[in-house]
Design a protein around this ligand. Structure first.
Ligand SMILES: [Zn+2]
Length: 489
């Protein structure tokens, strides 16, 4: 088996074969930090994070480029609205994005592969110049435009043809464009706007040309995979192809085009007008980021996903069971010799996870294999536990659910907030809890009373005290070392 991926360009599932192995070159459209990151962004970047990790597992030397659209109409508009500098706005939202990605366990970017559009203005200007020279672009009164009619393949990626697009295009009165489908490569600056000098006039690049120029500069004319959310297929990715291919004189600019599915939020399309863009950091404050990650793994990457916050609860419960199983396995495990040994010992499990991920990154199926392995491995005898723990840790890491130190700690469920009240009511004055400084103190007082009752063979009283605690959610266990208590989970 080898990795197969759905290629939007050919509309089929194809084997992933890089142009220059062992290098696998990937370009994924990054953030436009003009507003807070939302859960839709999380879906896209979690997809490419797992892909990156899996390609590394397959032995590829992954070159992963993810840009920052640090100059854009929206960040300029936000600056005008708030009176802040556009650079401050971009820096703030981008820092928030990076922070959320870190919480979700998304691998950090190599700084050399994290291009900012404003640092590539010379390359952008050069590309626009080449397009003008070859008749693919023209300077107009308010900027430079791409001449869509000059590129016959326009619409191929998104499976639309030019005449359909023409018919569907808004009949906008735009005296500066030759055709409504033409799009801006360079926008001349209005007073007060940030600008760079160009042969056509001071201004700033359009969004689409930025990606074409940065991808070419960092990955070369042709590369292996271009990715992004499905909402970018048209027009952004279509435009990138139209800009790049006439200049590189080759087709295709990227062999694979991979897109993460659209995300609905509580059954609604996410949009500014509906106001359902909850900042991602708020969601991450309320939930365990690994539970959110697990939920996305369970859903898979390509389908439309209806994100419901309620579903995080079930994902969290699955995560807790996984952690419990992991801890029980770790408790017994002896040090394995190597990952290779672990792979050999559990070759069937290893192959099953690989087969799932090879199958167009079927993370749902891969996760199922991992969960079921974890639940059976907890019962292994010590000698098999070491390699089992090693292989489990390995695959959890590929899925981005890295086990942390916290996974090894036993979960201590919290006492209900009304616990002491409940206990007082149950005891009905039989034991005074007035001196208890905390709920744990109160439990200890009852345990001591029960011990006394037992030593005096007052069995009914001892049972009554145990039942009172049980009624309020605390169960006792009598061991050789004494009585211990746990909170019912
Ligand atoms: Zn892009």
């Amino acid at each position: 088996m080898s990795l197969k991926l759905y290629n939007t360009r050919t509309r089929s599932v194809e084997p992933f074969e890089p142009v220059a192995p062992p290098v696998a070159s990937l370009y994924v459209c990054g953030l436009t930090p003009s507003a807070e990151t939302h859960i839709g962004h999380a879906r896209t970047y979690l997809l490419f994070d797992v892909l990156r990790r899996y390609l590394t597992h397959l032995g590829y030397d992954v070159r992963y480029v993810q840009n920052v659209t640090d100059i854009d109409d929206r960040s300029i508009a936000a600056a005008t609205e708030t009176g802040q500098d556009w650079r401050e706005i971009v820096a703030r939202y981008y820092a928030s994005f990076k922070n959320s990605m870190e919480k979700l366990g998304v691998l950090p970017l190599d700084p050399a592969c994290e291009p900012r559009a404003t640092e590539y203005v010379p390359q952008i200007i050069e590309m626009i110049g080449e397009l003008i020279e070859r008749g693919f672009a023209y300077a107009s009164k308010d900027g430079v435009y791409y001449r869509v009619s000059r590129f016959p393949d326009y619409g191929k990626l998104s499976n639309r043809n030019l005449s359909e697009l023409e018919a569907g295009a808004r009949i906008e009165v735009d005296e500066f464009k030759e055709d409504p489908l033409d799009f801006a490569l360079w926008k001349f600056a209005k007073p007060g706007e940030p600008s760079w000098a160009s042969p056509w006039g001071a201004g700033r690049p359009g969004w689409h040309i930025e990606c074409s120029a940065m991808a070419r500069e960092l990955l070369g004319d042709q590369f292996d995979l271009h990715g992004g959310g499905a909402d970018l297929i048209f027009p952004h990715h279509e435009n990138e192809i139209a800009q790049s291919e006439p200049v590189i004189h080759k087709h295709p600019m990227a062999n694979f085009w991979v897109h993460g599915g659209i995300l609905l939020s509580e059954s609604r399309k996410m949009s500014k007008s509906l106001g359902n863009f909850e900042p991602l950091y708020e969601l991450l404050d309320r939930h365990d980021p690994q539970a959110i990650r697990l939920l996305f793994l369970q859903t898979g990457y390509s389908k439309v996903m209806n994100f419901r916050e309620e579903a995080i609860g079930a994902a969290d419960a699955t995560l807790q069971t996984l952690r419990d199983n992991f801890r029980m396995l770790a408790d017994k495990a002896t040090e394995p010799k190597s990952l290779e040994e672990a792979r050999r010992s559990f070759s069937e499990f290893n192959s099953a996870v690989e087969a799932a991920l090879d199958d167009d990154m079927n993370t749902a199926s891969a996760l199922r294999e991992v969960l079921s392995f974890a639940s059976s491995a907890r019962n292994f005898e010590a000698v098999r536990s070491g390699p089992a723990l090693r292989i489990l840790e390995y695959w959890l890491t590929i899925l981005g659910l890295e086990p942390s130190e916290a996974w090894l700690k036993k979960r201590v469920p919290k006492l209900p907030s009304d616990f002491v009240e409940c206990l007082k009511k149950q005891l009905d004055g039989a034991v005074t809890l007035a001196n208890a400084a905390s709920a744990a103190d109160a439990i200890q007082i009852v345990i001591d009373e029960r011990k006394k009752a037992r030593s005096e063979r007052r069995w009914n009283e001892s049972d009554r005290l145990r039942d009172a605690l049980a009624h309020c959610g605390v169960s006792l266990e009598d061991t050789r070392e004494g009585t211990t208590w746990t909170v019912a989970g």
